[in-house]
Design a protein around this ligand. Sequence first.
Ligand SMILES: *Cc1c(COP(=O)(O)O)cnc(C)c1O
Length: 395
Amino acid sequence: MSHSSEIQPMRTSLLPYGKQSIDEDDIQAVVKVLKSDYLTTGPEIERFEKRIAEYVGAKYAIAFSNGTAALHAACYAAEIQPGDEVITTPLTFAASANCLLYQGGSPVFADIDERTYNINPKEIRKKITSKTKAIIPVDFTGQPASLDEIMAIAKENNLVVIEDAAHALGSTYKGKRIGSISDMTMFSFHPVKHITTGEGGMITTNHRKYYEKLCQFRSHGITRDRGKMKSNHGPWYYEMQNLGFNYRLTDFQAALGNSQLNKLERFISRRREIAAIYQDAWKGHQELILPFQQESGQSSWHLFVLRINSNTVRVDRKTIFTELMEQNIGVNVHYIPIYLFPYYQELGFQQGLCPVAEKVYEEFITVPLYPAMTNEDVQDVIAAVNRTIRKYKRV
Ligand SMILES: *Cc1c(COP(=O)(O)O)cnc(C)c1O
């Protein structure tokens, strides 16, 4: 059977699943820094860090060249070493687990909760051993993970919690913004995320010891703090004390971040508005399983992930996916369970490890969601999904 549909696309151009919003004021903010004295670490970085810390309610924020570098630094600050096990979810971007491998740690995948798609605390408990060092929960699509339970498990077992909140800038959990709850929280400023710096990332934390390690790690393991040096050769002297990296963000990227941050609330409310329109449009449809909406907080809706209900739809996800693409709806799939990738298979992980994650992966389709979508764009997505599922409805 051919996958091509007879339906003519109503759109003449592809609607992407995510996209940045850059205005003239963002461009001017970057140009201003390009004409100034600082291109790399300068006043815009400090301001960006301070504003993010304030926004999420954390004591410290440290900017990095990207979210993955930030996660790597957090794994370093948590002292993850060869032999240590780190528990994370398989249903995330590869960076959530790659970061602990950079430190020589061993990933341990705990299955997700079928309702929330987030890591299941009961599964975390089953995976804890004497070697467990940390947990990396991910706030999938912006829905906060079960942070109270995860923090309690961490406390009982003396573990560090590094929260991958790449999707969750502006999300709330029990009245608190994401970014002040776990030991270290990572945000990403990749163009599809809530605000962008091109590439960029941030760690927020309330702990001074993590903050200091993160700062050193970002800049070659070098300190210029006289009080911390082991010797002093003279006024030129600085000291490399640990093996770090160059993971710095540039000042013009931070200027873009600061300009974008002025619009964050508007971006988030538009994302929430679109998510609500989708929820409303599809709520009675037996063919679709809609994303979970938690009562304990509010998602900032990085992604809107639909599940094709295999009990009521007679074709597989690939058919629906292909036909939506043919109608110029830029769907996507988040995520391929990490351990199914060849690299992880070669580490010894096998299919069947996390059956819930594997099952939902087979049914997932991410539909477009970003602040610059017009109401017509939103209606195009709804109409295309409705036409496609109606066509393949089981009778
Ligand atoms: C985007 C993302 C990252 C990595 O961020 P980069 O800034 O692209 O390095 C990590 N984890 C998740 C879940 C992400 O979505």
